[in-house]
Design a protein around this ligand. Structure first.
Ligand code: SF4
Length: 359
C-alpha cells in the first residue's frame, strides 16, 4: 500500500492508453476484491435544502434558485421505514445526508444519533454526511453505531477555491482527521466535470491516496448540472473520462470501495459495465441521489442480472459496530463552537447565480 503518490505519477496512470489502463485497473481490482460483487447503498436526504454554504454544484444551497423543495429533519420512524424498504430492495448500507454546514450539538443531532442507532439495529451499515464535525461529535456518532462518515474533498485543493468560498479545503481534511480518531470508516471522494483540469482530478486523488490509512470508500461523481446553480451550463463529461477516473482511483487505492455515484442516469449500461470492469464496486440505489435523479432500483437489479453481479452483504469489510444507548453514553456533548474557516473570496459564477436568484 503506497501513501506517497505524486500528481505526476497519477497523471501518467490516468493518461495511459485506455486498454492498458483498463487491464491494469482490472488486475488490481481482482487482487483485492471479488469482481462480481458490488455494494449497494441507499442515500436518504434526511434534511433537504436551505444550506448556508455556496458549493457551486449544489442545488441545496439556499442562495441559488433551484426547484428543490426544502424539508426539515425527518423523523426517526420515517427513516426506519425507508431503511427497511432499502434493505428489502438489496441495499446493505444507508447513507443519511443533511444539508448542514456543520453539526451543532442539540436536539437535531440527538435525533440523528437515534437514527444511527435504529438503522444499525436493522443490521445495515450506517453512513452519515452532515458537514463538518468535531472529534467529540465523531465519537458520539461512533458510539451510536455509525459505520462510515462521508465528507468529500470534491476536487483538488487548487480548484476548490473556484467552487466554494464558504469553507476551506483544510476544513475537509480536519473533519476527516476527527473521524479517523474513532472506529468509524472514512468515505471521501469528489466530483468530476465541474470545469476542472485533469491535473485537478489527479490532485484530488493525491490528497486522498496520501492519507494514511486511505479512505475505505471513495465516491466518484459526475457533475449533474442543475438549473439555477452556478454550474448549470456545464456540459456533461464523457464516459471515457469517468472510466479513466475510476480506473486510476482503483490503481492508487487498491483496497478502497470505489463508488460509482452521481451521474449514472447519463451513462449507458455498457458505460457502467466498463466502470465496474475498471474497479468500481459500489453504486447508490434509489431514484434520487439526495436531490438529483438516479436510476430506478429495478433497472439496477436488471443490470446486475445482465452482468452477473451480486449485491454485497453488509459488514464484509469490517465488523458491525456496537450501539451504545443514549443513556449509557460516555461522550456527552461538549457544546463546543469550533471556528470552521470562512475564506469568503469571490467566485464570479457563484455571485452571478446568487444575483440571478435574488432577481
Ligand atoms: S454540497 Fe452540502 S455543504 Fe455544499 S451547499 Fe450542498 S448541502 Fe450545503
Amino acid at each position: 500500500m503506497r501513501h506517497n503518490w505524486t500528481r505526476e505519477e497519477i497523471l501518467e496512470i490516468y493518461n495511459k492508453p485506455l486498454m492498458e489502463l483498463l487491464y491494469e485497473a482490472a488486475t488490481v481490482h481482482r487482487e483485492f476484491h471479488d469482481p462480481n460483487t458490488v455494494q449497494v447503498s441507499t442515500l436518504l436526504s434526511i434534511k433537504t435544502g436551505g444550506c448556508p454554504e455556496d458549493c457551486g454544484y449544489c442545488p441545496q444551497a439556499a442562495r441559488y434558485h433551484t426547484d428543490i423543495e426544502g424539508n426539515d429533519l425527518m423523523g426517526v420512524q420515517q427513516v426506519k421505514a425507508q431503511a427497511l424498504r432499502a434493505k428489502a430492495a438489496g441495499s446493505s448500507r444507508v447513507c443519511m445526508g443533511a444539508a448542514w454546514r456543520n453539526v451543532k450539538d442539540g436536539e437535531e443531532f440527538d435525533q440523528v444519533l437515534e437514527m444511527v442507532r435504529t438503522i444499525n439495529k436493522l443490521d445495515m451499515e450506517v453512513c452519515c454526511t452532515l458537514g463538518m464535525i468535531t472529534e467529540n461529535q465523531a465519537q458520539r456518532l461512533a458510539e451510536a453505531g455509525l459505520y462510515a462518515y462521508n465528507h468529500n474533498l470534491d476536487t483538488s485543493e487548487d480548484y476548490y477555491k473556484d467552487v466554494i468560498s464558504t469553507r476551506a479545503f483544510q476544513d475537509r481534511l480536519d473533519t476527516i482527521g476527527n473521524v479517523r480518531k474513532t472506529n468509524v470508516t472514512v468515505c471521501s471522494g469528489g466530483i468530476i466535470g465541474m470545469g476542472e483540469k485533469v491535473e485537478d482530478r489527479a490532485g484530488m486523488l493525491v490528497a486522498l491516496a496520501t492519507l494514511d490509512p486511505q479512505p475505505e470508500s471513495v465516491p466518484i461523481n459526475a457533475l449533474v448540472a442543475v438549473e439555477g446553480t452556478p454550474m448549470e451550463d456545464i456540459e456533461p463529461i464523457s464516459i471515457w473520462e469517468m472510466v479513466r477516473m475510476v480506473a486510476t482511483t482503483r490503481i492508487v487505492m487498491p483496497q478502497t470501495q470505489v463508488r460509482l455515484s452521481a451521474g449514472r442516469t447519463q451513462m449507458s449500461r455498457e458505460g457502467q459495465a466498463m466502470c465496474f470492469f475498471a474497479g468500481a464496486n459500489s453504486i447508490f440505489a434509489g431514484d434520487k441521489l439526495l436531490t438529483t435523479p438516479n436510476p430506478d432500483v429495478n433497472e439496477d437489479m436488471e443490470m446486475f442480472k445482465l452482468l452477473g453481479l451480486n449485491p454485497q452483504a453488509p459488514f464484509v469489510k469490517k465488523a458491525q459496530p456496537e450501539t451504545v444507548e443514549a443513556a449509557d453514553s460516555q461522550h456527552l456533548p461538549k457544546g463546543e463552537k469550533p471556528k470552521w474557516s470562512r475564506p469568503g473570496h469571490t467566485i464570479p459564477r457563484n455571485e452571478e447565480a446568487k444575483a440571478k436568484a435574488k432577481a
